[in-house]
Design a protein around this ligand. Sequence first.
Ligand code: ADP
Ligand code: MG
Ligand code: ZN
Length: 488
Amino acid sequence: MNSGYEAVIGLEVHVQLRTRSKMFCACPNATGDTPNSHTCPVCLGLPGALPVLNAEAVRMALVLGLAVSANIQPESTFYRKQYFYPDLPKGYQITQGPVAIIEAGYLDIPGDARVRGEDGSVRIRVERAHLEEDAGKSHHDLDGKSSHVDLNRAGVPLLEIVGAPDLRSAQEASDYLKSLHRLVVGLGICDGNMEEGSFRCDANVSVRPSGEATYGTRVEVKNLNSFRFMRQALDHEIERQATLLERGEPVQMETRGWDASLGETRGQRTKEAAMDYRYFPEPDLPPLLIDSTEIERARMALPELPAQRIQRWRDDYGLGLGEAQALAQSPAFAAYFEAVVESSGSGSGAAAWMLGEVSRTLNDRGIGIDSFPLAPEALAKLVSLVESRSLGFGTAADQVFPAMLAGGGSAESIMHQRGLEQVSDRSTIEALVAQALAANPGPVAQIRAGKESLKGFLVGQILKAGQSKLNAKLVNEVLSEALAKGGS
Ligand code: ADP
Ligand code: MG
Ligand code: ZN
């Protein structure tokens, strides 16, 4: 983007909660079944039917609230948001009013150094998260003639997580969305399926001249159903607005949809003012009261959070932030890593293999860790052999690991069969070092006179004499000692 401008982005994320039943009735919360089979008078909006709040959805909202260090409101209320749409049988959506169950939390994400001017994490505020119900689904392309409505999704519980306008680039927006995604999947409150819409994101984007304190006019971009689309759509929208501002033209407050095939956002409608929805308190539901026992119960059940896990790995295994974050990329990858640590006993060794050879293999093959052919225990054996210096790292990576992937057996058996065992026996190495010193008096004298660069030559001679199986680190160590000891 033109460097004279700054982007401001705030995300509204809709998370479909994995409850067994819908938000206000006993119908199953399940997709993929016969259309309109999961319906009842409540979710069909028949007159006289009364909603009853799903306690499990409330518990899931609490869990999310605790995970983003938010305030849990002791009392919040439900409102009716009224609009007409064929997939909204009641003519209104039940959502939360001015006070939401979750208020004022935050998530820390890696900042985008290109726009922040420095590396480091940034705190993105979560303004609120409120409970509401989903609408049904309209299908316009089933038979080419008519539109169809499926109300199985009508009344499915949603948690809408409203982020503050604290994001400053498409990259940051995508990182924030990813950490939220990791969080809700890790907490077990959402299946995270973006394609099927269980985890949906709308982005509000504005652009302002750099250094300006007030925000510019925002545009809401919808239909961002993958992290990649989101980055593309936001980059495009930021560019579009910056170009308008540069020309001195105003940005229209509107809703635009991302068209992946055209690679651009297109105007859909000008945005409704809140007044148009005629919000009013839902008369059929009492205020939602949360007591401290409930909060404590949710807190006890909270699993280790991604941020805590990353910190623990850094503390226990001496990993860098970037490394720990990469290992936490998905629950499955993190679980595999932990299993390798568990059975190899080496956090740093396991991390190096996971981020090195394992990641490379997954990339090359275009597969996820779920399809990786080696069990964590098998990889752990290899890690242990390298850590205990029985196997040189290079030999392990170049020969043993590929052989294991090809189904050649365990790390140990491959090492033995191919005679790859590394010599770490000090006296053997000392003898070879002594031989090398005796055979190369010229270079030795030069090194002692300060020509350090010749040391590599000697190391090469010694490794060769040891048929490339010597522990190179130990060779270097013993050689340095011998050279330091002097003699003439
Ligand atoms: P609405 O009622 O239209 O949904 P909200 O006040 O709830 O509006 O804000 C919705 C989202 O818009 C929030 O995620 C917020 O961070 C974001 N937002 C608000 N103002 C701006 C702005 N000027 N630029 C970018 N995002 C914004
Ligand atoms: Mg909103
Ligand atoms: Zn129902």
